[in-house]
Write a protein that binds this ligand. Sequence first.
Ligand code: ATR
Length: 285
Amino acid sequence: MHDSRETSARHAFVAGYPVRHSRSPLIHGHWLEKLGLAGSYTRQEISPEDFAGFVSRLKSGESGFTGGNVTIPHKETAFRLADRPDALSEELGASNTLWLEDGRLCATNTDGHGFLANLDAAMPGWDRTDRAVILGAGGASRAVIQAVRDRGVREIHVVNRTVARARELADRFGPKVHAHGMGALAEVAKGAGLFVNTTSLGMDGEPAPDFDFSPLADGAIVTDIVYVPLMTPILRQAAAQGRATVDGLGMLLHQAVPGFEKWFGVRPVVDDELRRLILADMEKH
Ligand code: ATR
Protein backbone atom coordinates (compact mmCIF):
# COMPACT_ATOMS: atom_id res chain seq x y z
CA MET A 1 0.00 0.00 0.00
CA HIS A 2 1.30 3.42 -0.84
CA ASP A 3 1.61 5.78 2.09
CA SER A 4 1.62 9.35 0.82
CA ARG A 5 3.33 10.50 4.00
CA GLU A 6 6.43 8.64 2.92
CA THR A 7 6.86 10.73 -0.16
CA SER A 8 5.72 14.17 0.97
CA ALA A 9 8.19 16.48 2.65
CA ARG A 10 7.86 16.84 6.38
CA HIS A 11 9.01 19.78 8.41
CA ALA A 12 10.36 19.98 11.94
CA PHE A 13 11.83 22.74 14.09
CA VAL A 14 13.84 23.62 17.12
CA ALA A 15 12.10 26.38 19.10
CA GLY A 16 14.05 28.35 21.66
CA TYR A 17 14.87 31.86 22.80
CA PRO A 18 17.57 32.45 21.82
CA VAL A 19 17.99 29.57 19.41
CA ARG A 20 20.82 30.59 17.09
CA HIS A 21 23.41 28.53 18.99
CA SER A 22 21.47 25.30 18.61
CA ARG A 23 23.40 22.63 16.72
CA SER A 24 20.28 20.51 16.20
CA PRO A 25 19.70 21.83 12.62
CA LEU A 26 23.17 20.58 11.70
CA ILE A 27 22.42 17.11 13.11
CA HIS A 28 18.98 16.69 11.54
CA GLY A 29 20.07 18.34 8.28
CA HIS A 30 22.90 15.81 8.04
CA TRP A 31 20.51 12.89 8.51
CA LEU A 32 17.94 14.26 6.04
CA GLU A 33 20.62 14.59 3.40
CA LYS A 34 22.27 11.27 4.15
CA LEU A 35 18.98 9.39 4.07
CA GLY A 36 17.82 11.25 0.96
CA LEU A 37 14.61 12.43 2.61
CA ALA A 38 12.63 15.44 1.49
CA GLY A 39 12.03 17.62 4.50
CA SER A 40 13.43 20.37 6.66
CA TYR A 41 14.49 21.12 10.21
CA THR A 42 14.72 24.82 11.00
CA ARG A 43 15.43 27.14 13.90
CA GLN A 44 12.40 29.02 15.22
CA GLU A 45 13.19 31.88 17.56
CA ILE A 46 10.05 32.11 19.67
CA SER A 47 9.81 34.44 22.66
CA PRO A 48 8.07 33.24 25.82
CA GLU A 49 5.06 35.48 25.04
CA ASP A 50 4.72 33.93 21.59
CA PHE A 51 5.21 30.30 22.55
CA ALA A 52 1.57 29.40 23.32
CA GLY A 53 0.51 30.83 19.93
CA PHE A 54 3.27 28.85 18.23
CA VAL A 55 2.03 25.64 19.87
CA SER A 56 -1.57 26.29 18.93
CA ARG A 57 -0.60 26.79 15.26
CA LEU A 58 1.38 23.56 15.50
CA LYS A 59 -1.64 21.70 16.89
CA SER A 60 -4.02 23.05 14.27
CA GLY A 61 -1.66 22.10 11.46
CA GLU A 62 -1.52 25.71 10.33
CA SER A 63 2.25 25.91 10.79
CA GLY A 64 2.88 22.88 8.57
CA PHE A 65 5.22 21.26 11.09
CA THR A 66 5.08 17.57 11.98
CA GLY A 67 6.79 18.35 15.27
CA GLY A 68 10.05 19.56 16.67
CA ASN A 69 12.39 20.13 19.55
CA VAL A 70 11.99 22.73 22.23
CA THR A 71 14.85 24.13 24.20
CA ILE A 72 15.45 26.80 26.82
CA PRO A 73 13.22 28.43 28.02
CA HIS A 74 10.25 26.48 26.64
CA LYS A 75 10.65 22.91 27.96
CA GLU A 76 8.26 23.27 30.91
CA THR A 77 5.64 25.15 28.90
CA ALA A 78 5.85 22.60 26.09
CA PHE A 79 5.11 19.88 28.60
CA ARG A 80 2.11 21.77 29.97
CA LEU A 81 0.66 22.54 26.56
CA ALA A 82 1.03 19.04 25.12
CA ASP A 83 -2.09 16.89 24.81
CA ARG A 84 -0.23 13.65 25.46
CA PRO A 85 2.96 14.01 27.46
CA ASP A 86 4.54 10.61 28.14
CA ALA A 87 5.50 9.30 31.57
CA LEU A 88 9.11 10.51 31.30
CA SER A 89 7.98 14.09 30.66
CA GLU A 90 5.36 13.86 33.42
CA GLU A 91 7.96 13.03 36.01
CA LEU A 92 10.45 15.64 34.76
CA GLY A 93 7.81 18.33 34.26
CA ALA A 94 9.54 19.17 30.99
CA SER A 95 9.57 18.02 27.36
CA ASN A 96 12.14 18.56 24.63
CA THR A 97 10.46 16.68 21.76
CA LEU A 98 6.98 17.22 20.29
CA TRP A 99 5.13 15.46 17.49
CA LEU A 100 1.61 15.27 16.13
CA GLU A 101 -0.19 11.96 16.15
CA ASP A 102 -3.87 11.65 15.17
CA GLY A 103 -4.18 15.41 15.55
CA ARG A 104 -2.92 15.34 19.14
CA LEU A 105 0.32 16.90 20.33
CA CYS A 106 2.51 14.24 21.95
CA ALA A 107 5.57 15.05 24.05
CA THR A 108 8.56 13.26 25.48
CA ASN A 109 11.98 14.06 26.81
CA THR A 110 14.90 12.42 25.02
CA ASP A 111 17.81 13.70 27.13
CA GLY A 112 17.86 10.57 29.27
CA HIS A 113 17.85 8.37 26.19
CA GLY A 114 20.76 10.43 24.82
CA PHE A 115 22.69 10.08 28.05
CA LEU A 116 22.29 6.30 28.20
CA ALA A 117 22.89 5.69 24.51
CA ASN A 118 26.12 7.71 24.67
CA LEU A 119 27.45 5.57 27.53
CA ASP A 120 26.20 2.36 25.90
CA ALA A 121 28.07 3.21 22.70
CA ALA A 122 31.27 4.38 24.38
CA MET A 123 31.48 1.97 27.34
CA PRO A 124 29.21 -1.04 26.93
CA GLY A 125 28.62 -2.72 30.30
CA TRP A 126 28.92 0.55 32.25
CA ASP A 127 25.53 -0.18 33.84
CA ARG A 128 26.71 -3.19 35.80
CA THR A 129 27.45 -0.87 38.70
CA ASP A 130 25.22 -0.54 41.77
CA ARG A 131 26.22 3.01 42.61
CA ALA A 132 26.33 6.29 40.72
CA VAL A 133 27.32 9.79 41.80
CA ILE A 134 25.71 12.74 40.04
CA LEU A 135 27.22 16.14 40.65
CA GLY A 136 24.71 18.96 40.30
CA ALA A 137 20.98 19.37 40.82
CA GLY A 138 19.99 21.82 38.09
CA GLY A 139 17.58 21.29 35.22
CA ALA A 140 20.09 19.21 33.29
CA SER A 141 20.69 16.69 36.04
CA ARG A 142 17.04 15.59 36.21
CA ALA A 143 16.93 13.59 33.02
CA VAL A 144 20.24 11.98 33.98
CA ILE A 145 18.96 10.91 37.40
CA GLN A 146 15.79 9.52 35.86
CA ALA A 147 17.68 7.61 33.18
CA VAL A 148 20.26 6.10 35.53
CA ARG A 149 17.48 5.05 37.90
CA ASP A 150 15.39 3.54 35.11
CA ARG A 151 18.41 1.61 33.84
CA GLY A 152 18.45 -0.13 37.22
CA VAL A 153 21.33 1.43 39.14
CA ARG A 154 20.34 0.82 42.73
CA GLU A 155 21.93 3.75 44.58
CA ILE A 156 22.14 7.20 43.07
CA HIS A 157 23.85 9.93 45.05
CA VAL A 158 23.12 13.50 44.00
CA VAL A 159 25.77 15.88 45.33
CA ASN A 160 25.12 19.61 45.07
CA ARG A 161 26.42 22.89 46.48
CA THR A 162 22.86 23.78 47.50
CA VAL A 163 21.74 20.65 49.27
CA ALA A 164 18.06 21.70 49.26
CA ARG A 165 18.00 21.41 45.45
CA ALA A 166 19.45 17.90 45.67
CA ARG A 167 16.79 17.00 48.24
CA GLU A 168 14.02 18.18 45.92
CA LEU A 169 15.31 15.77 43.31
CA ALA A 170 15.64 12.90 45.77
CA ASP A 171 11.99 13.47 46.72
CA ARG A 172 10.95 13.62 43.09
CA PHE A 173 12.83 10.54 41.89
CA GLY A 174 12.24 8.20 44.78
CA PRO A 175 14.05 6.07 47.34
CA LYS A 176 17.01 5.07 45.19
CA VAL A 177 18.08 8.71 45.02
CA HIS A 178 19.98 10.28 47.93
CA ALA A 179 20.85 13.95 48.44
CA HIS A 180 24.12 15.37 49.76
CA GLY A 181 26.14 18.56 50.06
CA MET A 182 29.58 18.84 48.47
CA GLY A 183 31.28 17.80 51.70
CA ALA A 184 29.94 14.26 51.32
CA LEU A 185 31.49 13.71 47.90
CA ALA A 186 34.52 11.64 48.96
CA GLU A 187 32.35 9.40 51.11
CA VAL A 188 29.59 8.71 48.59
CA ALA A 189 32.08 8.24 45.75
CA LYS A 190 33.44 5.13 47.46
CA GLY A 191 32.90 2.16 45.18
CA ALA A 192 30.81 4.10 42.63
CA GLY A 193 31.09 2.86 39.05
CA LEU A 194 29.73 6.02 37.45
CA PHE A 195 30.45 9.68 38.14
CA VAL A 196 28.46 12.26 36.17
CA ASN A 197 29.12 15.99 36.15
CA THR A 198 26.07 18.08 35.30
CA THR A 199 27.44 21.41 36.59
CA SER A 200 29.41 24.11 34.86
CA LEU A 201 32.15 23.88 37.50
CA GLY A 202 35.44 25.25 36.26
CA MET A 203 33.89 26.68 33.11
CA ASP A 204 33.06 30.16 34.32
CA GLY A 205 36.63 31.44 34.51
CA GLU A 206 36.97 30.16 38.07
CA PRO A 207 39.40 27.27 38.54
CA ALA A 208 37.65 23.92 39.04
CA PRO A 209 38.11 22.56 42.53
CA ASP A 210 40.38 19.52 42.77
CA PHE A 211 38.46 16.27 42.65
CA ASP A 212 39.91 13.04 43.94
CA PHE A 213 38.55 10.17 41.87
CA SER A 214 40.48 7.50 43.77
CA PRO A 215 37.49 6.38 45.92
CA LEU A 216 35.60 5.29 42.76
CA ALA A 217 35.41 1.60 41.90
CA ASP A 218 38.03 -0.02 39.68
CA GLY A 219 36.99 0.55 36.08
CA ALA A 220 34.63 3.41 36.99
CA ILE A 221 33.59 5.84 34.27
CA VAL A 222 33.57 9.62 34.57
CA THR A 223 31.33 11.51 32.19
CA ASP A 224 30.14 15.08 31.68
CA ILE A 225 26.99 16.32 30.04
CA VAL A 226 28.70 19.55 29.03
CA TYR A 227 30.39 19.14 25.62
CA VAL A 228 31.92 22.56 25.06
CA PRO A 229 34.79 22.14 25.54
CA LEU A 230 34.86 18.42 24.83
CA MET A 231 37.39 17.86 27.59
CA THR A 232 35.82 19.74 30.48
CA PRO A 233 37.95 20.59 33.52
CA ILE A 234 36.41 17.65 35.39
CA LEU A 235 37.04 15.16 32.57
CA ARG A 236 40.61 16.42 32.30
CA GLN A 237 41.18 15.78 35.99
CA ALA A 238 39.63 12.32 35.78
CA ALA A 239 41.78 11.36 32.78
CA ALA A 240 44.90 12.64 34.53
CA GLN A 241 44.02 10.30 37.40
CA GLY A 242 43.80 7.38 35.00
CA ARG A 243 40.00 7.16 34.90
CA ALA A 244 38.02 6.19 31.82
CA THR A 245 36.11 9.22 30.54
CA VAL A 246 33.19 9.75 28.16
CA ASP A 247 32.56 13.24 26.78
CA GLY A 248 29.10 14.74 26.47
CA LEU A 249 28.92 15.24 22.71
CA GLY A 250 27.41 11.79 22.15
CA MET A 251 24.51 12.71 24.43
CA LEU A 252 23.62 15.63 22.16
CA LEU A 253 23.78 13.38 19.08
CA HIS A 254 21.86 10.45 20.56
CA GLN A 255 19.09 12.58 22.10
CA ALA A 256 18.22 13.68 18.57
CA VAL A 257 17.52 10.14 17.31
CA PRO A 258 13.98 9.52 18.67
CA GLY A 259 12.69 12.90 17.46
CA PHE A 260 14.01 12.40 13.94
CA GLU A 261 12.36 8.98 13.81
CA LYS A 262 9.00 10.42 14.96
CA TRP A 263 9.00 13.25 12.43
CA PHE A 264 10.62 11.64 9.40
CA GLY A 265 9.80 7.96 9.88
CA VAL A 266 13.34 6.57 9.76
CA ARG A 267 15.62 5.82 12.70
CA PRO A 268 18.93 7.57 12.00
CA VAL A 269 22.37 6.40 13.09
CA VAL A 270 24.91 8.28 15.19
CA ASP A 271 28.28 7.68 13.60
CA ASP A 272 31.77 9.18 13.44
CA GLU A 273 30.88 11.22 10.39
CA LEU A 274 28.19 13.07 12.34
CA ARG A 275 30.48 13.53 15.31
CA ARG A 276 33.18 15.00 13.06
CA LEU A 277 30.66 17.37 11.50
CA ILE A 278 29.69 18.80 14.89
CA LEU A 279 33.29 18.95 16.07
CA ALA A 280 34.21 20.94 12.95
CA ASP A 281 31.35 23.34 13.70
CA MET A 282 32.51 23.71 17.30
CA GLU A 283 35.95 24.72 16.03
CA LYS A 284 34.42 27.50 13.94
CA HIS A 285 32.51 29.12 16.81
P1 ATR B 1 21.27 23.52 34.36
O1 ATR B 1 19.79 23.64 34.17
O2 ATR B 1 22.05 23.72 33.08
O3 ATR B 1 21.68 22.28 35.08
P2 ATR B 1 21.34 25.25 36.68
O4 ATR B 1 19.95 24.96 37.01
O5 ATR B 1 21.82 26.66 36.77
O6 ATR B 1 21.71 24.81 35.22
O7 ATR B 1 22.28 24.31 37.56
C1 ATR B 1 23.65 24.44 37.57
C2 ATR B 1 24.25 23.40 38.51
O8 ATR B 1 25.64 23.68 38.65
C3 ATR B 1 23.68 23.44 39.92
O9 ATR B 1 23.75 22.15 40.46
C4 ATR B 1 24.64 24.39 40.62
O10 ATR B 1 24.67 24.27 42.02
P3 ATR B 1 23.60 25.07 42.93
O11 ATR B 1 22.30 24.32 42.82
O12 ATR B 1 24.17 25.05 44.28
O13 ATR B 1 23.51 26.47 42.33
C5 ATR B 1 25.94 23.93 40.02
N1 ATR B 1 27.01 24.94 40.11
C6 ATR B 1 27.19 26.00 39.28
N2 ATR B 1 28.28 26.70 39.66
C7 ATR B 1 28.79 26.08 40.75
C8 ATR B 1 29.92 26.31 41.61
N3 ATR B 1 30.73 27.34 41.41
N4 ATR B 1 30.13 25.45 42.63
C9 ATR B 1 29.31 24.39 42.82
N5 ATR B 1 28.24 24.11 42.05
C10 ATR B 1 27.98 24.94 41.03
